[in-house]
Design a protein around this ligand. Structure first.
Ligand SMILES: C[S@@+](CC[C@H](N)C(=O)[O-])C[C@H]1O[C@@H](n2cnc3c(N)ncnc32)[C@H](O)[C@@H]1O
Length: 194
């Protein structure tokens, strides 16, 4: 398979999820530049994971750790897809297989807090797209910001829509922690202070 964004997008856009094409392209590009692992918090059917993994394949082929407990939380009972956690887990595995990404994607079936505690990973790129409450997003930040390598990138999805992500941006995406903050549709990202 051709993992360049323009070719890969023809297949990957079929994966259910909320990532817009420009956001997917940005994640693909950021992933292609990484020399250290990538962490994707909030997997669902694997849309963000797919673009991160394809980007990595176009670059240095660093592993992409995807984190999701796939438990039947309020996310599944309240969202527009009325999705099912078990179905999401199956779909995710099916999508990674279909797109030839199982060699680079490492699924961690747990919460981001537990993954941070259990696994010794120093990522260069982190996407926060899991628990969308402020407490949930802040916990992701607190657990993973210290692990991000200097000059690594932390991205947050839904910053303009989800109350939690919006507050996280306001309180934590500050000059104390980040430089070069950029916005692409509903994706915001910044470079960790070196
Ligand atoms: C918005 S979806 C993720 C969408 C995905 N990034 C995409 O591109 O399609 C949110 C996911 O976060 C997961 N989630 C909820 N709490 C979590 C936590 N504490 N740690 C990791 N994932 C979590 C949910 O199970 C759900 O599958």
């Amino acid at each position: 398979m051709d993992y360049s964004f323009s070719e890969f997008h023809k297949e990957a856009q079929r994966i259910a999820g909320w990532l817009f094409p420009n956001e997917a392209k940005t994640l693909h590009e950021l992933a292609s530049k990484c020399n250290h692992p990538i962490v994707d918090i909030g997997t669902f059917h694997g849309r963000s994971a797919a673009y991160l993994a394809a980007g990595s394949k176009c670059g240095n082929r660093v592993p992409v750790y995807t984190i999701d407990p796939f438990t039947q939380s309020s996310f599944y009972t309240s969202n527009i897809f009325s999705a099912d956690a078990n179905k999401a887990k199956l779909k995710f595995k099916e999508n990674m297989k279909k797109l030839g990404l199982v060699d680079i994607v490492i699924p961690l079936i747990t919460t981001s807090k537990e993954a941070a505690r259990l696994y010794d990973i120093d990522p260069e790129l982190i996407l926060i797209d899991g628990d969308h409450t402020f407490d949930g997003a802040k916990l992701d930040f607190d657990c993973w910001y210290p692990k991000l390598v200097p000059n690594g990138v932390m991205a947050v999805h839904d910053y303009a829509q989800a109350v939690g992500a919006k507050r996280l941006m306001k309180e934590c995406f500050t000059p104390q922690f980040f430089t070069e903050i950029k916005y692409v549709d509903l994706l915001a990202y910044g470079v960790k202070i070196g």
